[in-house]
Design a protein around this ligand. Structure first.
Ligand code: KG4
Ligand code: ZN
Length: 362
Protein backbone atom coordinates (compact mmCIF):
# COMPACT_ATOMS: atom_id res chain seq x y z
CA UNK A 1 0.00 0.00 0.00
CA UNK A 2 1.09 3.57 -0.66
CA UNK A 3 0.82 6.21 2.07
CA UNK A 4 1.32 9.92 1.62
CA UNK A 5 2.75 11.51 4.78
CA UNK A 6 2.52 15.18 5.74
CA UNK A 7 4.48 16.87 8.53
CA UNK A 8 4.00 20.49 9.68
CA UNK A 9 4.44 20.30 13.47
CA UNK A 10 7.31 22.75 13.77
CA UNK A 11 9.47 24.58 11.22
CA UNK A 12 9.79 22.07 8.39
CA UNK A 13 7.08 21.49 5.83
CA UNK A 14 7.55 17.91 4.67
CA UNK A 15 5.76 15.39 2.47
CA UNK A 16 6.72 11.82 1.63
CA UNK A 17 5.41 8.83 -0.25
CA UNK A 18 6.14 5.45 1.33
CA UNK A 19 5.19 2.01 0.07
CA UNK A 20 4.48 -0.81 2.57
CA UNK A 21 5.97 1.08 5.51
CA UNK A 22 9.58 0.99 4.46
CA UNK A 23 10.08 1.75 0.79
CA UNK A 24 10.55 5.52 0.62
CA UNK A 25 9.54 6.58 -2.89
CA UNK A 26 9.98 10.29 -2.14
CA UNK A 27 10.75 12.45 0.88
CA UNK A 28 10.70 16.23 0.43
CA UNK A 29 11.50 18.76 3.16
CA UNK A 30 11.22 22.55 2.96
CA UNK A 31 12.96 24.17 5.92
CA UNK A 32 11.87 27.52 7.31
CA UNK A 33 14.97 27.90 9.47
CA UNK A 34 16.08 31.11 7.75
CA UNK A 35 12.70 32.78 8.51
CA UNK A 36 12.95 32.02 12.23
CA UNK A 37 16.70 32.56 12.71
CA UNK A 38 16.38 36.35 13.33
CA UNK A 39 14.10 35.57 16.32
CA UNK A 40 16.39 32.94 17.84
CA UNK A 41 13.62 30.33 17.82
CA UNK A 42 10.49 29.20 16.00
CA UNK A 43 7.66 31.78 15.87
CA UNK A 44 4.39 29.78 15.63
CA UNK A 45 2.46 32.30 13.49
CA UNK A 46 5.34 32.61 11.02
CA UNK A 47 5.61 28.81 10.90
CA UNK A 48 1.89 28.48 10.13
CA UNK A 49 2.04 31.09 7.35
CA UNK A 50 5.05 29.38 5.78
CA UNK A 51 3.41 25.93 5.99
CA UNK A 52 0.31 27.36 4.32
CA UNK A 53 2.38 28.50 1.35
CA UNK A 54 4.58 25.42 1.16
CA UNK A 55 2.36 22.45 1.91
CA UNK A 56 0.58 22.07 -1.43
CA UNK A 57 3.70 22.50 -3.64
CA UNK A 58 5.67 20.13 -1.37
CA UNK A 59 2.99 17.44 -1.56
CA UNK A 60 2.85 17.79 -5.36
CA UNK A 61 6.64 17.55 -5.51
CA UNK A 62 6.65 14.37 -3.40
CA UNK A 63 3.99 12.75 -5.59
CA UNK A 64 5.91 13.70 -8.73
CA UNK A 65 9.23 12.45 -7.36
CA UNK A 66 7.60 9.16 -6.36
CA UNK A 67 6.49 8.79 -9.97
CA UNK A 68 2.89 8.09 -8.95
CA UNK A 69 -0.34 10.01 -9.35
CA UNK A 70 -2.29 11.30 -6.37
CA UNK A 71 -4.98 8.66 -7.10
CA UNK A 72 -2.39 5.95 -6.36
CA UNK A 73 -2.28 7.07 -2.71
CA UNK A 74 -4.11 4.57 -0.48
CA UNK A 75 -4.13 6.68 2.71
CA UNK A 76 -3.11 10.14 3.93
CA UNK A 77 -1.07 10.26 7.16
CA UNK A 78 -0.42 13.51 8.98
CA UNK A 79 1.27 14.64 12.18
CA UNK A 80 -1.56 15.59 14.54
CA UNK A 81 0.37 15.79 17.84
CA UNK A 82 2.53 17.14 19.50
CA UNK A 83 3.81 20.42 18.10
CA UNK A 84 2.98 24.09 17.64
CA UNK A 85 -0.81 24.31 17.32
CA UNK A 86 -0.97 26.85 14.44
CA UNK A 87 1.63 24.81 12.55
CA UNK A 88 -0.07 21.43 13.18
CA UNK A 89 -3.45 22.83 12.09
CA UNK A 90 -2.16 23.63 8.60
CA UNK A 91 -1.04 20.06 7.91
CA UNK A 92 -4.09 18.50 9.57
CA UNK A 93 -6.54 20.73 7.66
CA UNK A 94 -4.74 20.07 4.38
CA UNK A 95 -4.65 16.30 5.00
CA UNK A 96 -8.36 16.22 5.87
CA UNK A 97 -9.23 18.02 2.65
CA UNK A 98 -7.04 15.73 0.59
CA UNK A 99 -8.29 12.53 2.26
CA UNK A 100 -11.91 13.64 1.82
CA UNK A 101 -11.50 14.59 -1.83
CA UNK A 102 -9.62 11.37 -2.65
CA UNK A 103 -12.02 9.32 -0.52
CA UNK A 104 -9.07 7.72 1.25
CA UNK A 105 -8.58 7.10 4.99
CA UNK A 106 -7.00 9.78 7.15
CA UNK A 107 -4.35 8.61 9.63
CA UNK A 108 -3.41 10.93 12.49
CA UNK A 109 0.18 10.23 13.55
CA UNK A 110 1.98 11.05 16.78
CA UNK A 111 5.22 12.86 15.88
CA UNK A 112 7.20 11.29 18.74
CA UNK A 113 6.14 7.77 17.80
CA UNK A 114 7.12 8.62 14.25
CA UNK A 115 10.61 9.67 15.42
CA UNK A 116 11.04 6.15 16.85
CA UNK A 117 9.92 4.71 13.54
CA UNK A 118 12.44 7.00 11.78
CA UNK A 119 15.21 4.79 13.13
CA UNK A 120 13.46 1.67 11.79
CA UNK A 121 12.42 2.74 8.28
CA UNK A 122 15.52 1.20 6.76
CA UNK A 123 15.25 -1.90 8.97
CA UNK A 124 12.03 -3.86 8.35
CA UNK A 125 13.93 -6.99 9.42
CA UNK A 126 14.47 -5.56 12.93
CA UNK A 127 10.86 -4.41 13.26
CA UNK A 128 9.62 -7.95 12.63
CA UNK A 129 12.29 -9.77 14.65
CA UNK A 130 11.30 -10.79 18.21
CA UNK A 131 15.01 -10.54 19.18
CA UNK A 132 14.84 -6.74 18.73
CA UNK A 133 12.58 -6.38 21.78
CA UNK A 134 12.26 -5.05 24.39
CA UNK A 135 13.39 -1.95 22.59
CA UNK A 136 14.40 1.16 24.50
CA UNK A 137 13.98 4.38 22.51
CA UNK A 138 15.75 7.58 23.45
CA UNK A 139 13.75 10.31 21.70
CA UNK A 140 15.76 13.53 21.73
CA UNK A 141 14.32 16.45 19.81
CA UNK A 142 13.86 20.20 20.04
CA UNK A 143 10.74 19.89 22.16
CA UNK A 144 11.03 16.49 23.84
CA UNK A 145 13.42 14.17 25.61
CA UNK A 146 12.12 10.83 26.71
CA UNK A 147 12.96 7.20 27.22
CA UNK A 148 10.27 4.77 26.07
CA UNK A 149 10.35 1.01 26.49
CA UNK A 150 8.59 -0.88 23.67
CA UNK A 151 7.56 -4.55 24.01
CA UNK A 152 7.26 -6.99 21.09
CA UNK A 153 3.49 -6.41 20.91
CA UNK A 154 4.00 -2.64 20.58
CA UNK A 155 3.04 -1.88 24.20
CA UNK A 156 4.96 1.19 25.37
CA UNK A 157 5.94 2.57 28.72
CA UNK A 158 7.55 5.98 29.23
CA UNK A 159 10.23 5.38 31.82
CA UNK A 160 11.80 8.81 31.86
CA UNK A 161 11.44 12.30 30.46
CA UNK A 162 12.78 15.78 30.90
CA UNK A 163 11.49 17.80 33.83
CA UNK A 164 12.38 21.10 32.15
CA UNK A 165 14.22 21.76 28.86
CA UNK A 166 14.44 19.20 26.07
CA UNK A 167 17.94 18.23 24.93
CA UNK A 168 17.54 20.08 21.62
CA UNK A 169 16.19 23.11 23.46
CA UNK A 170 19.32 23.02 25.66
CA UNK A 171 21.50 23.07 22.53
CA UNK A 172 19.44 25.91 21.05
CA UNK A 173 19.50 27.98 24.26
CA UNK A 174 23.24 27.37 24.68
CA UNK A 175 23.82 28.59 21.12
CA UNK A 176 21.85 31.74 21.93
CA UNK A 177 23.99 32.37 25.04
CA UNK A 178 27.11 31.83 22.92
CA UNK A 179 25.86 34.03 20.03
CA UNK A 180 25.99 31.09 17.62
CA UNK A 181 22.58 31.58 15.99
CA UNK A 182 19.60 29.25 15.56
CA UNK A 183 19.28 26.26 15.51
CA UNK A 184 22.07 25.56 17.95
CA UNK A 185 22.56 21.81 17.65
CA UNK A 186 24.35 21.58 14.30
CA UNK A 187 26.70 24.51 14.96
CA UNK A 188 27.62 23.29 18.46
CA UNK A 189 28.20 19.79 17.05
CA UNK A 190 30.56 21.28 14.46
CA UNK A 191 32.48 23.70 16.72
CA UNK A 192 32.82 21.17 19.53
CA UNK A 193 35.10 19.05 17.33
CA UNK A 194 37.78 21.76 17.80
CA UNK A 195 37.42 21.99 21.60
CA UNK A 196 38.29 19.91 24.66
CA UNK A 197 35.19 18.34 26.19
CA UNK A 198 37.00 17.79 29.49
CA UNK A 199 38.08 21.45 29.93
CA UNK A 200 35.12 22.49 32.09
CA UNK A 201 32.96 20.33 34.31
CA UNK A 202 29.39 21.42 33.64
CA UNK A 203 26.59 19.94 35.76
CA UNK A 204 25.04 16.67 34.65
CA UNK A 205 21.46 17.02 35.89
CA UNK A 206 19.81 14.26 37.93
CA UNK A 207 22.84 11.98 37.84
CA UNK A 208 23.97 12.59 41.42
CA UNK A 209 27.41 13.64 40.24
CA UNK A 210 27.43 16.94 42.15
CA UNK A 211 26.66 15.05 45.36
CA UNK A 212 22.92 15.81 45.18
CA UNK A 213 21.05 12.53 45.67
CA UNK A 214 18.67 11.59 42.87
CA UNK A 215 15.15 10.67 43.94
CA UNK A 216 14.28 7.14 42.80
CA UNK A 217 11.47 8.47 40.59
CA UNK A 218 13.99 10.71 38.77
CA UNK A 219 16.49 7.97 37.93
CA UNK A 220 15.56 8.07 34.28
CA UNK A 221 14.28 11.63 34.15
CA UNK A 222 16.35 14.44 32.70
CA UNK A 223 16.99 18.06 33.61
CA UNK A 224 18.97 20.37 31.38
CA UNK A 225 18.16 23.73 32.97
CA UNK A 226 21.13 23.44 35.38
CA UNK A 227 23.74 23.01 32.66
CA UNK A 228 22.20 25.93 30.75
CA UNK A 229 22.34 28.24 33.78
CA UNK A 230 25.86 27.13 34.58
CA UNK A 231 26.91 27.83 30.98
CA UNK A 232 25.34 31.31 31.15
CA UNK A 233 27.20 32.14 34.37
CA UNK A 234 30.47 30.76 33.02
CA UNK A 235 30.18 32.69 29.74
CA UNK A 236 29.36 35.98 31.52
CA UNK A 237 32.28 35.53 33.88
CA UNK A 238 34.80 34.70 31.16
CA UNK A 239 33.55 36.67 28.13
CA UNK A 240 31.51 39.53 29.66
CA UNK A 241 27.76 40.26 29.89
CA UNK A 242 27.07 39.84 26.16
CA UNK A 243 29.04 36.58 26.01
CA UNK A 244 31.20 37.76 23.11
CA UNK A 245 34.62 36.09 23.16
CA UNK A 246 37.57 38.07 21.79
CA UNK A 247 39.67 36.57 18.99
CA UNK A 248 42.26 35.55 21.58
CA UNK A 249 39.54 33.75 23.56
CA UNK A 250 38.33 31.59 20.66
CA UNK A 251 40.22 28.46 21.81
CA UNK A 252 38.67 28.87 25.27
CA UNK A 253 35.24 29.38 23.69
CA UNK A 254 35.65 26.12 21.75
CA UNK A 255 36.47 24.32 24.99
CA UNK A 256 33.31 25.75 26.57
CA UNK A 257 31.21 24.54 23.62
CA UNK A 258 32.79 21.08 23.67
CA UNK A 259 32.37 20.78 27.44
CA UNK A 260 28.72 21.82 27.30
CA UNK A 261 28.00 19.25 24.60
CA UNK A 262 30.02 16.69 26.54
CA UNK A 263 27.87 17.19 29.67
CA UNK A 264 24.57 16.85 27.77
CA UNK A 265 25.74 13.77 25.86
CA UNK A 266 27.13 12.14 29.01
CA UNK A 267 23.74 12.37 30.75
CA UNK A 268 21.84 11.02 27.76
CA UNK A 269 24.17 8.05 27.35
CA UNK A 270 24.43 7.27 31.04
CA UNK A 271 20.68 7.22 31.68
CA UNK A 272 19.94 5.27 28.51
CA UNK A 273 22.46 2.57 29.35
CA UNK A 274 21.29 2.35 32.97
CA UNK A 275 17.68 1.97 31.82
CA UNK A 276 18.61 -0.55 29.11
CA UNK A 277 20.36 -2.63 31.77
CA UNK A 278 17.58 -2.41 34.35
CA UNK A 279 14.80 -3.22 31.87
CA UNK A 280 16.75 -5.83 29.92
CA UNK A 281 16.46 -4.00 26.59
CA UNK A 282 17.74 -5.97 23.61
CA UNK A 283 17.98 -2.86 21.46
CA UNK A 284 18.49 0.85 22.00
CA UNK A 285 16.96 3.15 19.40
CA UNK A 286 18.41 6.65 19.13
CA UNK A 287 16.13 9.11 17.33
CA UNK A 288 14.94 12.73 17.00
CA UNK A 289 16.83 15.80 15.80
CA UNK A 290 19.50 15.64 18.50
CA UNK A 291 20.33 12.10 17.39
CA UNK A 292 22.19 13.82 14.51
CA UNK A 293 24.80 14.81 17.07
CA UNK A 294 28.02 13.06 16.23
CA UNK A 295 29.36 12.87 19.76
CA UNK A 296 26.06 11.39 20.98
CA UNK A 297 26.10 8.80 18.18
CA UNK A 298 29.71 7.87 18.90
CA UNK A 299 29.38 7.70 22.69
CA UNK A 300 26.09 5.77 22.51
CA UNK A 301 27.69 3.29 20.10
CA UNK A 302 30.66 2.77 22.42
CA UNK A 303 28.43 2.36 25.49
CA UNK A 304 25.98 -0.06 23.85
CA UNK A 305 28.89 -2.08 22.40
CA UNK A 306 30.40 -2.30 25.88
CA UNK A 307 27.02 -3.33 27.35
CA UNK A 308 26.30 -5.92 24.66
CA UNK A 309 23.13 -4.11 23.52
CA UNK A 310 22.29 -3.56 19.87
CA UNK A 311 22.05 0.10 18.83
CA UNK A 312 19.87 1.33 15.98
CA UNK A 313 20.52 4.98 15.25
CA UNK A 314 18.25 6.84 12.86
CA UNK A 315 20.13 8.10 9.80
CA UNK A 316 20.43 11.92 9.96
CA UNK A 317 17.80 12.42 7.22
CA UNK A 318 15.26 10.59 9.39
CA UNK A 319 16.44 12.18 12.68
CA UNK A 320 15.38 15.69 11.76
CA UNK A 321 11.73 16.33 11.07
CA UNK A 322 10.63 14.57 7.90
CA UNK A 323 7.48 13.02 6.48
CA UNK A 324 8.90 9.59 5.57
CA UNK A 325 8.64 8.63 9.25
CA UNK A 326 5.02 9.88 9.28
CA UNK A 327 4.04 7.95 6.14
CA UNK A 328 5.94 4.82 7.24
CA UNK A 329 4.30 4.70 10.66
CA UNK A 330 1.02 5.58 8.94
CA UNK A 331 1.26 2.34 6.93
CA UNK A 332 1.50 0.33 10.15
CA UNK A 333 -1.39 2.28 11.69
CA UNK A 334 -3.49 1.57 8.61
CA UNK A 335 -2.71 -2.16 8.88
CA UNK A 336 -3.64 -2.03 12.57
CA UNK A 337 -6.97 -0.36 11.74
CA UNK A 338 -5.91 2.88 13.47
CA UNK A 339 -7.78 5.22 11.13
CA UNK A 340 -8.91 8.66 12.25
CA UNK A 341 -12.26 10.39 11.84
CA UNK A 342 -12.25 13.43 9.56
CA UNK A 343 -12.92 15.69 12.53
CA UNK A 344 -9.75 14.57 14.37
CA UNK A 345 -8.16 17.42 16.35
CA UNK A 346 -4.61 18.67 16.33
CA UNK A 347 -3.23 18.38 19.87
CA UNK A 348 -0.20 20.53 20.76
CA UNK A 349 0.72 18.68 23.97
CA UNK A 350 2.51 15.34 23.98
CA UNK A 351 0.44 12.43 25.22
CA UNK A 352 2.18 9.51 26.91
CA UNK A 353 1.85 6.80 24.31
CA UNK A 354 0.76 3.37 25.34
CA UNK A 355 1.29 1.48 22.11
CA UNK A 356 3.07 1.51 18.78
CA UNK A 357 1.35 -0.12 15.80
CA UNK A 358 4.19 -2.56 15.11
CA UNK A 359 5.96 -5.51 16.70
CA UNK A 360 6.08 -9.24 15.87
CA UNK A 361 3.71 -10.22 18.69
CA UNK A 362 0.89 -7.90 17.63
O1 KG4 B 1 13.32 16.43 15.80
P1 KG4 B 1 13.62 17.81 15.38
O2 KG4 B 1 14.00 18.07 13.93
O3 KG4 B 1 12.40 18.75 15.68
C1 KG4 B 1 11.58 18.56 16.79
O4 KG4 B 1 10.70 17.65 16.73
O5 KG4 B 1 11.81 19.26 17.80
O6 KG4 B 1 14.76 18.36 16.34
C2 KG4 B 1 15.26 19.65 16.24
C3 KG4 B 1 16.31 19.83 17.32
C4 KG4 B 1 16.82 21.26 17.44
O7 KG4 B 1 16.77 21.61 18.81
C5 KG4 B 1 18.25 21.17 16.95
O8 KG4 B 1 19.12 22.10 17.56
C6 KG4 B 1 18.62 19.74 17.29
O9 KG4 B 1 17.46 19.01 17.02
N1 KG4 B 1 19.74 19.23 16.50
C7 KG4 B 1 20.92 18.89 17.02
C8 KG4 B 1 21.76 18.53 15.93
N2 KG4 B 1 21.02 18.65 14.78
C9 KG4 B 1 19.79 19.09 15.15
N3 KG4 B 1 21.35 18.86 18.28
C10 KG4 B 1 22.61 18.47 18.50
N4 KG4 B 1 23.48 18.14 17.52
C11 KG4 B 1 23.10 18.15 16.22
N5 KG4 B 1 23.95 17.81 15.26
ZN1 ZN C 1 10.73 16.18 15.60
Amino acid sequence: MIVLGIETSCDETAAAVVRDGHQVLASVIASQVAKHAPYGGVVPEIAAREHLQAVDPIVRQAVEQAAITIEDVDAVAVTATPGLLPALLVGVAYAKGLAASLERPLIAVDHLQAHVFGALIDHPEHVRNPATYPLLALIVSGGHTLLVLVADDGACRTIGQTLDDAAGEAFDKAAKILNLGYPGGPVIDQLATSGNAKAIEFPQGLTGRAGTPVRPEDRYNFSFSGVKTSLLQHVRKRFGPDGAATDAQVPELLDVIASFQGAVVAVLVRKTIAAATEFGAATVVLCGGVACNRRLRRKMQAATDAGGVKLITAPPKYCVDNAAMIAGLGCYQFDAGMISPLDVDAEPRARPFSELPFGPAR
